[in-house]
Design a binder for this molecule. Structure first.
Ligand code: K1U
Ligand code: ZN
Length: 171
């Protein structure tokens, strides 16, 4: 296992659409191990492969609370196949936009089709935090960030702040 660097806004790779995984092989399993190590270390409740610079449609999630046993979940080529009419607002964060949190409204329930680590097709019905995190991560593999769901004023402000920080670091 290896800890990977998480890429940060304004890195252009975050706007890239990830490619479907063709076969679940040893390379994919090793990448998933690295993703969990990186996600737990951050710490985060989710991670998309593109956040460590790998443009493959792979997502890891663990929404277990601190006092609960770990509940690692892997979603390969995840696809939202149903969303509820009912909406839910959650204060989201993003490991690629550190220390910025904002309320985002999304469908409160989703059904997601995906492939598991055995390459078997699966479907999950998610609600609560899992539904929010899955939508956030599936956005990542489509090059969409949670700030795309907030007002333009707030989005422009945060993009400017991170662009300035990146410029300062490059100097
Ligand atoms: O994809 C990511 O950037 C990870 C992100 C996922 C997420 C969080 C909240 C709502 C939607 C999606 C994070 O995990 S940010 C860190 C975080 O929320 C957290 C960290 C430790 C404990 C609990 C939450
Ligand atoms: Zn994120």
């Amino acid at each position: 296992m290896a800890l990977r660097d998480i890429i940060i806004l304004p890195d252009k790779r975050l706007r890239q659409k990830s490619e479907p995984v063709k076969a679940v092989n040893a390379e994919v399993r090793a990448l998933v191990d690295d993703m969990f190590e990186t996600m737990y270390k951050a710490p985060g409740v989710g991670l998309a492969a593109i956040q460590i610079g790998v443009a493959q449609r792979i997502v890891t999630v663990d929404t277990a609370k601190k006092d609960e046993p770990k509940q690692p979940q892997v979603f390969i080529n995840p696809e939202i196949v149903w969303t509820s009419e009912e909406k839910n607002t959650y204060e989201e964060g993003c490991l690629s936009i550190p220390e910025y949190y904002e309320e985002v409204e999304r469908p409160s329930e989703v059904k997601v089709r995906f492939m598991d680590l055995q390459g078997k097709a699966q479907e999950v019905a998610a609600e609560g935090l899992l539904a929010t995190v899955l939508q956030h991560e599936i956005d990542h593999i489509n090059g969409v960030l949670f700030i795309d769901h907030i007002s333009k004023l707030k989005r422009d402000r945060v993009i400017k702040k991170f662009a300035k920080a990146a410029k300062r670091e490059a100097e």
